[in-house]
Structures are given as C-alpha cells and as structure tokens.
Design a protein around this ligand. Structure first.
Ligand code: PGA
Length: 252
C-alpha cells in the first residue's frame, strides 16, 4: 500500500486571524501550483481559528484539523469541544494524545483511545501521538514505552485510511534536539512491526507514521527520508510560512 506523506502543523496555543490568512493563502499558492501533490498539508490551529482557517482553505489543497476533542459526543461538559463540532467547522483531522495534553491534562492511553473512537465515529481522521520522556530514554525504555502507548491508545478499529501515528520523543519537542537517524529508524520500524501484529500486514503497511520534535527546514530532508517515516508533525516551525514550506520541500 502506498503512503502519501503528511506534513502537519500543530500551532498549539498560538496564532491570530492574520496568521491564519497569511499562512493558508501563502501555502495554498505554493501547494496548489505543484503539478503533482507528493504530500498532504495540514494545519491545526486553536479551536477559535478553525472556522476561519476552513474558510481560507476552501477550494485549496490545504487541510484543516483540531488539536484535541472530547471523548463524549455532547452535553454538559463545560469548556470541551466535541469531534462533531470540529467536523462541522470543516476540520478533517484531530491530533490526540499530544505529550502536552498527556502532561498538562493527565490524559491517559485509555482516554486517548476513547477520544479517537469518538472522533472516528464522527468522521474525523485521527493523529495519535506517542513518545518517550528523556528519563525513559536514558533508562533504555523507549521501545517499551512506545509499545504500550501504541497498543493502548489506538482505536479498536484502526484502519490505515483514517489513523495516523506521530512518534514524538518528548525531549525533542521545542528543544532543538532530535534523535539520530538510526534512533528514529529503529522506533518507526518497531511501530510498523507492532501495527502488523495488531491490525495485519496490509493495514500496517498503509498507515502513516509521522516523526515530530524540532523538525525544521535544515533537518527535514534527513529526517523525512528515513524508512518508515511518512511525514512530520511540526510545532514551532509551522508558525512561519517559509519554515513550514521549507520542511515540505524535503519531498520536492
Ligand atoms: P516542535 O513541536 O516542532 O516545536 O518541536 C512538535 C510538536 O509538539 O508536535
């Protein structure tokens, strides 16, 4: 099964209406001019900017997503956002289980799985984040930690078409540090093998596994051409048009 790489921007708690406009129109101008589309481009702004982002992305190749959603469908849950609300704001994807959600909000694998199942039910694609902390890495526990996160946070009915995994070592997020190519290759191959056991060779072969953590134009070519790396989840560098497009250029 072929895997179309995904370049996903996670704006976190950043961004303004002006940035939405400049970024989406700027990206669309470059992306839509490509004769062939060797990758998919996704922007995940904060909730309040999703509707506006969808408006600017209309009739372009740029796709919009959210950064989180509730595991529940609706009701008395002050401050939460449902997957259906994201869908109605024309989001196509939702990022789930980012390490900042796991840390800041105590999100567990079980909760992330429940959110993923709700999001799939409401017609979104999900990007499930996994990755070890620095302490876990130093203790030699990377594969063990990632394996548990993959087996416990993926939705029961995981299919290559609508589930993406992002491997993001927590210590590489926003720090300017990245694992070596060999380390990334090892973890991604390990996840692919585990997926094959969970969902079968065919589905596992088609499911995209992104790398995330300090991806920038200067390291994108190296990171994105590692076997089993099918794109990037980009934080800081997704807030600047030249940097985000510079990363995507690894595929051009
Ligand atoms: P970063 O963030 O690119 O700023 O390291 C990545 C992420 O948190 O998804």
């Amino acid at each position: 099964m072929t895997r179309t790489p995904l370049i996903a921007g996670n704006w976190k708690m950043n961004g303004t209406p002006m940035l939405v406009k400049d970024m989406i129109l700027g990206l669309a101008q470059k992306y839509d001019a490509l004769p062939e589309k060797p990758f998919e481009m996704l922007i995940c702004p904060p909730f309040t900017l999703i509707g506006l982002a969808s408006e600017f992305a209309k009739n372009t190749g740029i796709v919009i997503g959210g950064q989180n959603c509730s595991a529940l469908s609706n009701g008395a849950h002050t401050g939460d956002i449902s997957a259906l609300m994201l869908k109605e704001a024309r989001a196509k994807y939702v990022i789930l289980g980012h390490s900042e959600r796991r840390t800041d909000h105590g999100e567990t694998n079980a909760l992330i799985k429940a959110k993923a199942e709700q999001a799939l039910k409401d017609g979104l694609k999900v990007i499930i984040c996994v990755g070890e902390t620095e302490v876990q890495k130093d203790a030699g526990e990377t594969l063990k930690v990632v394996s548990k996160q993959v087996s416990e946070s993926l939705p029961s009915d995981t299919k290559a078409d609508d589930v993406v995994i992002a491997y993001e070592p927590v210590w590489a997020i926003g720090t300017g540090r990245t694992p070596t190519g060999a380390e990334v290759e090892e973890v991604h191959a390990f996840i692919r093998k585990q997926l094959a056991e969970m969902i079968g060779l065919d589905e596992a072969g088609g499911l995209r596994i992104l790398y995330g953590g300090s991806v920038k134009p200067s390291n994108a070519k190296e990171l994105l051409h590692i076997p089993n790396v099918d794109g990037a989840l980009v934080g800081g560098a997704s807030l600047k048009l030249d940097d985000f497009w510079g990363i995507a250029q690894a595929y051009l």
